[in-house]
Design a protein around this ligand. Sequence first.
Ligand SMILES: CC(C)(COP(=O)(O)OP(=O)(O)OC[C@H]1O[C@@H](n2cnc3c(N)ncnc32)[C@H](O)[C@@H]1OP(=O)(O)O)[C@@H](O)C(=O)NCCC(=O)NCCS
Length: 313
Amino acid sequence: MTQPRASFPVLKGHAGLFSSFTFGRIGRWLEPVRDDVIAVGVIAGARPVGLAVGTFSPGRTQAELLSIAVAPPVRRQGLGRRLLKAWQTEALERGAAECRASYNESMTGRTALEAVLARGGWTRPRASGVVVIGRVGKMVDEVGGWPSVAGRLAMPRSCSFEPLELSAADIEAVERYLSDPEAADMLGPFRQAEPLALDFSIAIRRHGQLVGWLLATETRHPLIEASSDVPAIRYLEAYLDPAYRQSGIMVGAYYHCYSRQMARFGRDSIAIYYTSHDSRPRMVALTLRRFAPVAERVETILCAGSRLSVFCP
Ligand SMILES: CC(C)(COP(=O)(O)OP(=O)(O)OC[C@H]1O[C@@H](n2cnc3c(N)ncnc32)[C@H](O)[C@@H]1OP(=O)(O)O)[C@@H](O)C(=O)NCCC(=O)NCCS
């Protein structure tokens, strides 16, 4: 089959013309295109007909592909494959060594996405974590009943959950934690792609020293479209110094933020959180055992990736 004539420009400046080819919240990152966003468009017949968009932060090795789409009338003509290649080339040029895409098992368009990634030489998708979507009131009831949390909340003041106001020493601690290979999938408080909801994002301290964080953003997540007028908080990232793991501190941190969310938005507001199989297998097991029964939905997150090199297909 002859390939349609098309160009694949790297988008800079105002690129809102392409925003209908991605999710609403990501579309807003195109006006103008943010520095940490890699956006490549498809133009055919002088019209935008597709977009691949993702993020890459300086200092990291991995670029994250967040969405790829081609207009229905021009699908199955090789444009998706060429678009992916152009996006990878740009990621490589910006300094990424590898790229990754994560998506929900129930995502519309999963078959086509997986076909395009496979054609581009990406790894086979594997389960990388679980996402829990629940009514915050039920989550608070569940967590509040755990002995570890009751114990933690009754603890003397060695551990505290505080507003995310970071001193120079805290910033150093964050950088030190993030440089640990064990934290390879973390972005920390400064590099999140989404604006933090500061009422539900906290610094975790022990004797005043920063030992972790829990970060959240307000969201209208595609997963909860049906209830999109209900406020939702997505807990983006939870990190705790390995020395304090399995102490109940992190569960206490979630409990603290969930309780604040419930006080602010009510029991029926939605809390969404992700746990990684790779770095938090015990938390995944706990999630499936304890939260699945009270959650609205629990979804497996799949992940595929590709190393980037000048020879990328
Ligand atoms: C995913 C998408 C971008 C693919 O674009 P496309 O231009 O149709 O893809 P291509 O024509 O380059 O196809 C690449 C390969 O995938 C295969 N493929 C594409 N769509 C497929 C589908 N629905 N089912 C099975 N295979 C499919 C093609 O056959 C081709 O393989 P081949 O070269 O071995 O024949 C497009 O289907 C799309 O925009 N979907 C809607 C948006 C979406 O769901 N995106 C993913 C989540 S963000």
